[in-house]
Design a binder for this molecule. Structure first.
Ligand code: M6P
Ligand code: ZN
Length: 178
């Protein structure tokens, strides 16, 4: 039987994921300000999501790990698409390894928080959330969220996207607001 244990800390791995998918640059090209032609042709994998979605129905919790690889598209560090939740349900992100930032957005308000190994980010249901890897190694985080929360990707686009850009700046990063 698929037991009640879902995560092994020593391996930092989900046990028996029920779904695994990757996101490539072609899936996110509209989110970046400048996509160089060569990189577009290369179409790198930007991140991978592994999910443990045992019941996939009302009332259940979903656990996932997301691994964002290290790299830039133009000047922008790799990030997740980011989304609002469709319903009023919050989420927890726990950074397992790497160096990153969390970008949170509630209508016109945007906040950037540190999100590196050991950080637990409590995401209130009003806030859209995106994670950016600003380090040289993959950034891996676990999330725990409800089936009932659902996803709303369109609302960020309707609002004109995230205005905060996280750019490569020498060896580090700079935060710019458009
Ligand atoms: C986490 C969770 C998932 C989400 C994934 C990637 O694993 O929040 O629900 O799908 O990150 O984030 P996004 O879908 O915004 O690209
Ligand atoms: Zn979410």
């Amino acid at each position: 039987m698929n037991s009640h244990t879902v995560f092994n800390f020593e391996l930092t791995e989900l046990q028996n994921p029920t779904d695994i998918y990757i996101k490539r640059l072609s899936d996110l090209k509209d989110y970046y300000e400048d996509v160089p032609k060569e990189l577009s042709a290369e179409n790198p994998i930007l991140y991978m999501v592994e999910k443990f979605d045992k019941n996939n129905s009302k009332g259940h919790l979903i656990v996932s790990t997301t691994t964002i690889y290290s790299g830039v598209v133009g000047n922008e560090y790799y990030f997740t698409s980011g989304h609002y939740h469709a319903e009023k349900f919050s989420e927890i992100y726990f950074c397992l390894s790497g160096t990153g930032l969390g970008l949170l957005k509630n209508k016109d308000e945007e906040e950037v928080v540190n999100f590196s190994e050991g950080t637990i980010l409590h995401i209130d249901y009003e806030w859209a959330h995106r994670i950016i890897n600003v380090g040289k190694t993959p950034l891996k985080f676990m999330s725990v969220y409800t089936f009932d929360g659902g996803f709303n990707y369109g609302r960020i686009i309707e609002e004109g996207g995230f205005k905060t850009k996280i750019l490569k700046d020498n060896d580090g990063f700079s935060v710019e607001r458009r």
